[in-house]
Design a protein around this ligand. Structure first.
Ligand code: SF4
Length: 436
């Protein structure tokens, strides 16, 4: 097996590691006499009050530290490879996989299909459990690592094999039962495909998953994303208004059952279902503390709440501003509604909302997170008389100022000839970006 180096990338200011003199470029050798295989091991071994940590300095000298700390205190070390091991790629070929629906010619990393349980803990990724080894299952249970986010899709084993195109995908569901038995908290996700795992199949999946509550603390249901690049792929169709309504009815039925039994709502419909069905979004309490925001569940309700609170606290001003807010078609009506409310306290702030059509992936893709620089430029370049352009941070790759197709924010700004303000994904920053 390839030896992992565990090189220190940075040290958190004021941390234990800084106090000890551990520096970027140093290498972690062992903790309490044990080699560290990956980030699971690292977190587990660090959860002690007394640690003996061996570090190798760049000149090859080994330093040994005896550390006394609070049980859960972190050492404050960030490693060059966050996972401290190679990334595991997925062993499936799901009928709904968005990576298969991307056009060729994009940055290579965008085509990497990861399905690594360690990313579930590090970044909240949803994993299918199909390539999780028995050793990993044991480690999660022994280390009591929670929560783990599971891409369930269906609790029908045969159907799961078909949907994931993996003959072991049905068998892999047994791991969910083992985690539940061991009290490992899970969040589930179901990507709903019309005529495949919807209707009675969805009903069955929620019924089975509910048997695993409260360890299974939430299950989100999201409609499949369909780009225009589906040639040769499994034929999938978008949901219509009636079907969206029927899906919501199933989910809300399980919310009532769960709430009566456990006091939480368990099943969650992503915002898209309500917009598609033209029904009002649920009230904040129904989202159980917004457990599945990253799946687009409750995002609009939370945004509206944060925006309203920030607006109520803001000092009025009559300063004049003209702003264009570009975003995805899904959220555009919400942003437009909120920007109208800005005038309550800022009568001279004029915000125009522009819903960007997704020509790159196809018009059925309506989320802001999949808008490319080329679509943004094409639709805004000759239509931005305003002083500033707002774009949501979800349009950018995580941690970068780059859009999906590698246009940087400064390039876009230069081409359209206007400054761009990036709006963080909270309502307070949205208001701030309009009035500041
Ligand atoms: S698990 Fe399925 S959806 Fe996820 S990357 Fe692999 S093939 Fe794609």
């Amino acid at each position: 097996m390839k030896k992992q180096e565990h090189t220190v990338k940075s040290i958190a200011p004021g941390s234990i590691a800084e106090e000890l003199g551990i520096e970027p470029g140093d290498r972690l050798v062992e903790i309490n006499g044990q080699k560290v295989k990956d980030v699971f091991d690292y977190h587990y071994l660090c959860n002690e009050e007394f640690l003996t940590v061996v570090i190798e300095k760049p000149d090859g000298e080994e330093w040994e530290f005896d550390i006394e700390k609070e049980y859960e205190d972190d050492l404050g070390i960030e490693f060059e490879n966050g996972m401290m091991d190679d990334y595991r790629s997925c062993s499936n070929k799901c009928i709904f996989c968005f990576i298969d629906q991307m056009p060729p010619g994009m940055r290579e990393t965008l085509y990497f299909k990861d399905d690594d349980s360690r990313l579930s803990f590090l970044q909240g990724n949803y994993v299918t459990l199909t390539n999780m080894s028995e050793e990993d299952v044991e480690r999660i249970i022994t280390y009591k690592m929670s929560p783990i986010n599971v891409s369930v899709q269906t609790m029908n084993p045969e159907l799961r094999c078909m949907m994931l195109h993996n003959r072991f995908a049905g068998e892999a569901l047994k791991k969910i039962y083992r985690f539940a038995e061991a009290g490992i908290v899970m969040n589930g996700q179901i990507v709903l495909c019309k005529g495949v795992n919807d209707g009675a199949e969805l009903e069955y999946s929620l019924q089975e998953l509910f048997k695993l509550a409260p360890a299974m603390q939430s299950v989100s249901v999201v409609p499949v994303g369909l780009s225009k690049y589906r040639e040769g792929l499994y034929p999938l169709e978008p949901f219509n208004k009636e079907e969206a309504g029927a899906t919501i009815d199933i989910i809300e039925k399980w919310q009532k059952i769960a709430y009566d039994r456990f006091g939480f709502h368990f099943a969650q419909a992503s915002d898209e279902w309500y917009l598609l069905a033209d029904r009002p979004l649920p009230e904040e309490e129904r989202y159980d503390g917004f457990l599945q925001l990253e799946n687009g569940v409750g995002m609009i309700t939370l945004l509206e709440k944060e925006f309203s609170e920030a607006l109520a606290a803001a000092e009025p001003s009559d300063k004049e501003k003209h702003i264009l807010a570009a975003t995805g078609r899904l959220i555009a009506p919400t942003i437009a509604k909120l920007s109208e409310r800005v005038r309550e306290k800022f009568p001279n702030v004029h915000v125009r909302v522009k819903a960007i059509r997704n020509d790159f992936f196809g018009e059925r893709i309506t989320v802001a997170g999949l808008i490319t620089g080329q679509d943004l430029i094409a639709q805004v370049k000759d239509d931005c008389p305003e002083d500033t352009l707002l774009i949501p941070i979800s349009m950018l790759r995580s941690g970068e100022e780059t859009l999906l197709d590698d246009y940087t924010v400064s390039q876009v700004s230069e081409i359209i000839g206007k400054p761009i303000r990036i709006v963080k994904s909270d309502g307070a920053d949205l208001l701030q970006s309009m009035i500041e």
